[in-house]
Design a protein around this ligand. Structure first.
Ligand code: KIV
Ligand code: ZN
Length: 391
């Protein structure tokens, strides 16, 4: 009842965004990390879109036969056939077919009526079911679709054989209560005939909040990516949705199969292959996610870690927390760093070092260990600070 399936789309939605394209060996290395992490479904590409995507789906499904591998296809014959071909030797193939359901997309992009679109959706699902029992249907731009019509589409595709119905917030427009209500309605309408899935984009910075609201409303699959990469502002970050459910299990009593101690390593591997890493203040995997600079925080942290850390770095695979020594740092952290660097300072020496340290730190973004060591040696030996430390 409370098991949430993690559908990773780093290699599809993530890879198709600017600066994120990867070569085949890179995709396979990321796929290996995702498999090791324990994702339930791995979307490896959009086979009709390029030869590279076709080959990626093929290679991933052959290399990891025990994993459910998904291939994306628009709701048309050629796409579904190409996806099926790419998944030909897969042991657990999923065809993920989609079509836009909102009037805005129907009118301006597809130039089709609601009825025509519905026929295409049903035909694509029916065709996909000829190749595999595991068919997912996505109603692109679901959150801007007329809700009664959306329900009609969902019921029709389930009738045609879709086992998973995904309701993407394609343009990152929804807000949590609204999205939760939409999902709740579809969960009720579909009952146990299909798993309801969510796929949220982060245009308003709400992808994770929306995904979690959806889970509370009964969805049981989250589509997400490592580091939150994906079209425009990205998708819901896998590491964030998973850790929210783990750390706030009291509020979000759901289980995933993700081995959270492997999150940081997966993030690092992806970063190696794409043009950008997570921003420093990115939750869970950013450089500063476990760094403390303010004196009050450092003091609290040194007395008891839980004062300023709601999860341990080890729980997500980050090697250790960092105390950054900068102009906001306090005596307690400086004394701990001196100790770590092998100095035993008297109270008077520490006071002296601290005075010099704050004067220096005022003009810098932070002091490195070698600068701190030099400062301590200088003070202890009674030399002028600026001779040895300032450069
Ligand atoms: O954002 C979206 O709607 C998608 C679908 C293809 C699932 O990526
Ligand atoms: Zn998307």
């Amino acid at each position: 009842m409370n098991r949430v399936y993690i559908f990773d789309t780093t290699l599809r939605d993530g890879e198709q965004s600017p600066g994120c394209s990867m070569t085949m060996p890179e995709k396979l290395e990321v796929a290996a990390k995702l498999v090791d992490l324990g994702v339930d479904v791995l979307e490896a590409g959009f086979p009709i879109a390029s030869e590279g995507d076709f080959e990626a789906v093929r290679a991933v499904s052959r290399q990891f036969p025990w994993v459910q591998v998904a291939a994306l296809a628009r709701a048309c014959t050629g796409d579904v056939q190409r996806a099926a071909e790419a998944l030909e030797r897969a042991k657990r193939p999923r065809i993920h077919t989609f079509i836009a359901t909102s009037d805005i997309h129907l009118k301006h992009k597809l130039r089709r009526s609601r009825e025509q679109m519905l026929d295409d959706a049903i035909a694509a699902v029916t065709l996909a079911r000829n190749y595999t029992d595991d068919v997912e249907f996505s109603a692109e731009d679901a959150t801007r679709t007329d809700i009664d019509f959306l329900q009609k589409v969902c019921q029709a595709v389930v009738e045609a054989g879709a086992r998973t119905v995904n309701l993407p917030d394609t343009v990152g427009y929804s807000v949590p209560e609204e999205y939760g209500a939409l999902i709740g309605r579809m969960v009720k309408a579909l009952g146990d005939r299909a798993t309801v899935s969510v796929h949220c984009h982060d245009d308003l910075g709400l992808a994770v909040a929306n995904s979690l609201a959806a889970i509370k409303a009964g969805a049981r699959q989250i589509e997400c990516t490592i580091n939150g990469i994906g079209e425009r502002a990205g998708n819901a970050a896998l590491e964030e949705v998973v850790m929210a459910m783990k750390v706030r299990h009291d509020q979000l009593p759901f289980e995933t199969k993700i081995q959270t101690e492997k999150l940081f390593s997966a993030s690092q591997t992806l970063t190696k292959f794409i043009c950008f890493g997570p921003q420093p203040n990115k939750a869970i995997v950013g450089d500063n996610a476990f760094a403390h600079e303010a004196g009050i925080h450092q003091d609290g942290y040194l007395k008891e870690k839980s004062t300023y850390e709601i999860m341990s770095p080890a729980s997500v695979g980050v090697p250790e927390s960092r105390l950054v020594l900068g102009k906001h740092s306090g005596r307690h952290a400086l004394s701990k760093r001196a100790e770590d660097l092998g100095f035993k300072l008297s109270r008077e020496e520490l006071d002296q070092v601290y005075r010099q340290f704050t004067a220096l730190a005022d003009n810098k973004k932070g002091l490195r260990n070698d600068e701190i060591s030099a400062l301590i040696q200088t003070v202890v030996q009674g030399k002028a600070v600026h001779e040895t430390v300032a450069h």
